[in-house]
Design a binder for this molecule. Structure first.
Ligand code: PHE
Length: 341
């Protein structure tokens, strides 16, 4: 039995060196120490057949062999465990996907940055607004036809105040003019950028879009200040070679009113295949109507002001190098599209 034990140990020592995986190691453990039919276990069962004075020394040897095998298994298990979970710290890591700002967030920041440089304070006002601020106080009384131009979403709730009227989703940022004036601090130089809502959708319109609205009120403000401010913006936002022209127009809340055109970035106003006549329409502007100043609690005989309100999406898409031919793409949440910018 002694020699059998020695043979088992030798067997084990040879086998353990071949083991490369934890699965094989488990199998080896079963083969030698398994409670049923393990080689060592089986041999130990025969101890009692030995002559009495042999039992002690052979038993001791058997225990030594058993411990030797158990230690060998444990040592091998430790090295295999370490290898199998080993991390090669020199391998390049997996980069986490990093997002970026939405194109319109970037546009809004650029716009407010340009105006900040000439002292326009960035403000925001409610996007669920009262009829009063969106229309009434802007010189558009109930039933006035001019209201039709703003394809307004009305909120289906009973008005709670006769003067404020119905709740609406802001169809333009001009409601912020009255809100700002009501704060009662003069002079005013604000740039109000927020979401607007209109019932419209096609290549150049989405039902939710953004406008930026400038308002400047002080003593002696006139059209040259409007023109100078707009040109400053256009040259800083689009490039130094760009300029604007004012084209007579009509808004109820400005008098006189204009549409602002910018010279085409390709032909610089001469006229080309892209723009046809050399000018592209940016948006509305004008001198604040005396009725609007009055609604905002400002003495129109002392103060005057200008205002303009343009679409952020529309303006940004006119930047050269931005080739987006369908404005709706901005809000489809299609990463393939958005990641290009
Ligand atoms: N609120 C007007 C619009 O949405 C734009 C505008 C703003 C015009 C301010 C004049 C002055 O079309």
């Amino acid at each position: 039995m002694r020699s059998e034990l020695q043979a088992i140990q030798a067997d084990f020592d040879q086998a353990i060196d071949q083991i490369q995986t934890l699965v094989d190691l488990d199998a080896l453990e079963v083969r030698f120490l398994g409670r049923k039919q393990g080689v060592v276990t089986e041999l130990l069962k025969q101890l009692k057949t030995l002559p009495k004075d042999e039992v002690g020394p052979v038993g001791a040897l058997a225990n030594e062999v058993k411990t030797h095998i158990a230690d060998g298994l444990a040592a091998r298990r430790r090295t295999l465990d370490n290898n199998e979970i080993a991390i090669d710290v020199t391998l390049p890591g997996l980069a986490r996907p990093v997002g970026h700002l939405h194109l319109m967030t970037t546009a809004i920041r650029q716009i407010s940055d340009v105006f900040a440089r000439i002292g326009f304070e960035r403000v925001r006002y409610p996007e669920v607004e009262w009829d009063y601020y969106a229309f009434e106080a802007l010189n558009m009384p109930a039933d006035h036809v001019a209201r039709d131009e703003w394809e307004t979403f009305f909120i289906d709730r009973q008005p709670i105040d006769k003067k404020l009227g119905q709740r609406v989703l802001t169809p333009h940022t001009s409601s912020g003019q009255i809100r700002k004036m009501e704060e009662g601090i003069l002079p005013i130089k604000m740039i109000n950028i927020s979401k607007c809502y209109r019932r419209q959708i096609d290549v150049s319109h989405v039902p939710m879009f953004h406008q930026f609205e400038g308002l400047c009120i002080d003593r002696g403000v006139n059209i040259t200040h409007l023109k100078g401010t707009i040109d400053y913006f256009v040259q800083n936002f689009f490039g130094p070679e760009r300029t604007t022209r004012l084209r007579p127009y009509h808004f109820q809340f400005t008098e006189p009113s204009f549409e602002i055109d910018i010279n085409c970035g390709i032909c610089l106003g001469k006229g080309c295949r892209m723009c046809k006549e050399g000018w592209l329409e940016l948006g509305g502007a004008g001198m604040v109507h005396p009725n609007v100043l009055k609604a905002g609690g400002i003495d129109a005989s002392v103060y005057s002001g200008f205002a303009f309100g343009w679409g952020v999406e529309r303006t940004y898409l006119m930047k050269s190098g931005v080739n987006i031919d369908d404005l709706r793409a901005l809000y489809k949440n299609d990463l393939g599209f958005l990641q290009q910018f």
